[in-house]
Design a protein around this ligand. Structure first.
Ligand code: UD1
Ligand code: MG
Length: 494
């Protein structure tokens, strides 16, 4: 493919969005609208696209690709005027220009590649992309001669009755020989509409009038690619279509999504084969999930989350900037932020990391095979050692790291004179295997060790509150409740 230069128009005022946010920065599936046009330019091999922006230059700049050249259009006087502003930046370009609108995010890169190929094949002066819509309201219409050649474009605001009835519309992207474009733009005057804008589409009409020029069009394959975003209604429609494309690409690569209607997966999420995503789940950009995981229902995985193979993230679990090791279970109603969870950990229902100290986010680490009791609050920064156990309802204060295989209970959590094995019978990973084996035999046994943390008597002490119950009494109470009755029970059930 011959080399081309790309220009992205992003300087419009976006008044129809009724927003303080520049139109092209409205997010669609986890990235700003303009990112889609930048992707198309990159797919064409353009390393330094020229991006035309208006008074939101400062806000837009951080979202541009590295090599992008910024051009400022001081006033949004129309798409034709925007290109004239870029004339200097494009002075070295004597070949073809690909013009892209930053507000048509549904356009597929393959479509623009097809547009470029058609342009080169025909050695055309200008090649447009058009679509035939059932309802063309709002779009510029394509005017053709009786023989079918393109005569130019007419915008809705200036179209007469007959022209408004035309259903073939201008999608936006154009490939055009740069000298022909600038010659035509110099001759374009302001539109006869209330806004008095300089229209790029008028320049196409002028090029078409040149006897030696060849102006042609190709059509989009799917009409939805033509959707231009000018209002919030169109924005939401575009989100729905892009979301569907993302879901289909995961389904196509071996991920089960049980209910695509209620599952929201952003652009730039990686999910391994045989992972099952349950209804109501929201997975944001940049999240990576391994193979054979279960996500949801109603899980929210935010930025910076990495989940390794065979992990279970259950109902109403929120994770952010967190790494989840292999075979970890977080089945219900928990929040982990800035946390590293090593392999084989079990996180009980209602576990919360208090990761924000009012100024900064603080880290939590949960070591391999640890067993976090229901309703544990981990005040970061804190580390829970490998194979350690926290009792139900315990609060682990910041900096009070729990040693490997340590057992803590209560509010604030205090060490219990028992080993992790005495509490949960075996390291968490092993207990789960016992549990699984029992279930697979069809008769779950009372000895299934994973059940035992329920016997930790933290709630009793939690009711007493910190300092109200002497520690020795608490430990004694814990010993009596933990050892004898559980042994008796286990024997009985056996
Ligand atoms: C434009 C086309 C119309 C087409 C439709 C497809 C023109 C005159 N009209 O209409 O034929 O059917 O898109 O969606 O081109 N922009 C600037 N500077 C400006 C004005 C706009 O950079 O002064 C940028 C906008 O940020 C936007 C793009 O150009 O990305 C299109 O502008 P917009 O105002 O949305 O044009 P439409 O009315 O949608
Ligand atoms: Mg538009």
């Amino acid at each position: 493919m011959r080399s081309v230069q790309a220009v992205i128009l992003a300087a419009g005022s976006g008044t129809r969005m009724k927003s303080a946010i520049p139109k092209v920065l409205h997010p669609i599936c986890g990235r700003p609208m303009i990112a889609y046009a930048l992707d198309v330019a990159a797919a064409l091999g353009v390393k330094q696209p020229v991006v035309i922006v208006g008074d939101a230059a400062e806000q837009i700049q951080p979202h541009l690709s590295k090599g992008a050249k910024l051009v400022i259009q001081k006033q949004p006087l129309g798409t034709g005027d925007a290109l004239l502003c870029a004339r200097k930046a494009l002075a070295g370009c004597s070949g073809d220009l690909v013009i892209l609108y930053a507000d048509t995010p549904l356009l597929r890169r393959t479509t623009v590649q097809r547009l470029l190929e058609a342009h080169h094949r025909a050695n055309a002066t200008c090649t447009l992309l058009t679509a035939t819509l059932a309802d063309p309201t709002g779009y510029g219409r394509i005017v053709r001669e009786a023989a079918g050649e393109i005569a130019g474009g007419v915008e809705e605001a200036e179209a007469n009755q007959t022209q408004r009835a035309i259903r073939e519309i201008n999608v936006g992207p154009i490939v055009v020989k740069a000298p022909a474009l600038f010659e035509a733009l110099a001759a374009v005057g302001p539109s006869q509409t209330a806004k008095k804008e300089w229209y790029l589409t008028h320049a196409i009409g002028l090029i078409a009038k040149q006897p030696a020029a060849k102006v042609q069009a190709i059509r989009v394959e799917h009409a939805n690619e033509a959707l231009g975003i000018n209002t919030r209604v169109e924005l939401v429609r575009a989100m729905g279509i892009i979301r569907q494309r993302i879901l289909e690409s995961h389904l196509g690569s071996g991920v089960t999504i049980l209910d695509p209607h209620t599952t929201y997966i952003d652009h730039g999420v990686m999910i391994g084969q045989d992972t099952v995503v349950h209804p109501g789940s929201v997975i944001e950009s940049g999240v990576t999930i391994g193979r054979r995981c279960t996500i949801g229902p109603y899980a929210r995985l935010r930025r910076g989350v990495m989940v390794e193979d065979d992990a279970h993230i259950g109902n109403f679990v929120e994770l952010v900037r967190t790494t989840i090791g292999r075979n970890v279970r977080i089945h219900h109603v928990s929040y982990l932020g800035d946390t590293t969870v090593e392999d084989d950990v079990n996180i009980g229902a209602g576990t919360i990391t208090a990761n924000f100290d009012g100024t900064d986010k603080q880290p939590t680490t949960i070591g391999k095979g640890a067993f976090i009791g229901c309703d544990t609050i981990l005040v970061a920064p804190v580390r829970i050692g490998s194979g350690a156990v926290t009792g139900a309802g315990s609060v682990i204060p910041k900096g009070h790291d729990v040693p490997n295989r340590g057992v803590v209970v209560g509010v604030p959590a205090r060490p219990l004179e028992k080993s992790a094995e005495q509490i949960i019978g075996a390291p968490a990973a092993k207990s789960r295997e016992i549990g699984k084996a029992a279930l697979s035999r069809g008769k779950p046994k009372a000895r299934v060790a994973v059940k035992r943390p329920v016997q930790v008597p933290a709630p009793a002490r939690a009711r007493g509150g910190p300092g109200k119950e002497p520690a020795r009494k608490a430990a004694r109470l814990a010993r009596t409740r933990n050892s004898k009755p559980s042994k008796r029970k286990a024997t009985r059930r056996r």
